[in-house]
Design a protein around this ligand. Structure first.
Ligand code: NAP
Length: 291
């Protein structure tokens, strides 16, 4: 397929790399060109703008940071909706707003695009590299059937949740869970530290019990190494939780999620938004008076 790929950050770059390696013809665009360079070395062509990435493609994929980035990529005067060839299928794989996904699907219905699907993912950079992502799809079933071979390169689980926006809604449910588990892991790690326990030994016990999960392994091992670099940026979790609280359930219905949202904002204010979500531990350590 001729694919236009827009957004080559922590997730977008390894996902696009898999499509290139699977033999697809991929044109890539990213705000900061340097992050796309490794893909050019793999055989991708550089697209100097969103429009260049979106023209004359079978499929256009967006993997951007925030809903406003997604809206601009699709709806700007020279955006995807305006320049895409008739029949192009657009897929937004960013974690974004269900309401925006519905709007983009409606816009597509009135123009040359065949469809805009929402298809956010879970699995992190490791899942992106390995092609083992979980993909949450909303939108037109026929369009989904046509891009199934492409999604199969990126993920092992592709679930169609229903009409446009339902993929994003399901992903926000996932993020509410991710937030509460990540906060739980950070609290448990800080408690283990305060009790004078050896983190590696505690993990050995935890991971095989009912508390075991990929998220426990991921966050705990980074905390044990003192590593706050992002696999998943804390500003992006704050964005997801704001979306969940605005579009899926309010603070009374999702009280834990609302608390973790406030803690994410505190981390963003103190450390900036580019730390990994395991930086949530800093709020717990501050409360304990430790660093
Ligand atoms: P990221 O590393 O910040 O990548 C986002 C990329 O989009 C950046 O390279 C950014 O360019 C580019 N971008 C943003 N706006 C743009 C625009 N208007 N035009 C062109 N490029 C633009 O974030 P990520 O971790 O890959 O996440 C991407 C999306 O997937 C987010 O919605 C996130 O919530 C979601 N997600 C992340 C993970 C994870 O574990 N990391 C997992 C699942 C889902 P610059 O290089 O200039 O900043």
């Amino acid at each position: 397929m001729r694919i236009g790929w827009i957004g080559t950050g922590l997730m977008g770059a390894p996902m696009a790399a898999r499509l290139i390696e699977a033999g697809h013809q991929v044109g890539v665009h990213n705000r900061t060109r340097a992050k796309a360079e490794p893909l050019l070395a793999l055989g991708a062509e550089w697209a100097g703008s969103v429009a260049e990435a979106a023209r004359d493609r079978d499929v256009v994929v967006t993997m951007l940071s925030y809903p406003q980035d997604v809206a601009a990529a699709y709806e700007a005067p020279d955006g995807i909706v305006a320049v895409a060839a008739p029949g192009t299928i657009a897929i937004d794989m960013s974690t974004s707003s269900p309401g925006l996904a519905r709007r983009l699907a409606e816009v597509a219905a009135g123009g040359p695009l065949a469809a805009v699907l929402d298809a956010p993912v879970s699995g992190g950079p490791a899942g992106a590299r390995g092609g083992t992502l979980s993909i949450f799809v909303g939108g037109d079933a026929d369009a989904l059937a046509r891009i199934q071979p492409l999604l199969a390169v990126l993920g092992t689980t592709v679930v169609h949740h229903g009409p446009a926006g339902s993929g994003q809604a399901a992903k926000l449910v996932n993020q509410a869970l991710v937030a509460n588990v990540t906060q739980g892991v950070c609290e448990a790690f800080a408690a283990a530290e305060a009790a004078g326990l050896e983190p590696d030994r505690v993990l050995e016990s935890l991971r095989v019990g009912v508390a075991g999960s990929p998220l426990l392994d991921f966050a705990w091992t980074r905390l044990a190494a003192g590593d706050l670099e992002p696999g998943f940026k804390v500003a992006h979790l704050a964005k997801d939780l704001r979306l969940a609280l605005d579009e899926v359930g309010d603070a009374r219905e999702l009280p834990g999620t609302a608390q973790v949202y406030a803690l994410c904002q505190a981390v963003v204010d103190a450390l900036g938004g580019d730390r990994g979500t395991q930086a949530l531990i800093t709020t717990t350590r501050n409360s304990r008076g430790t660093q």
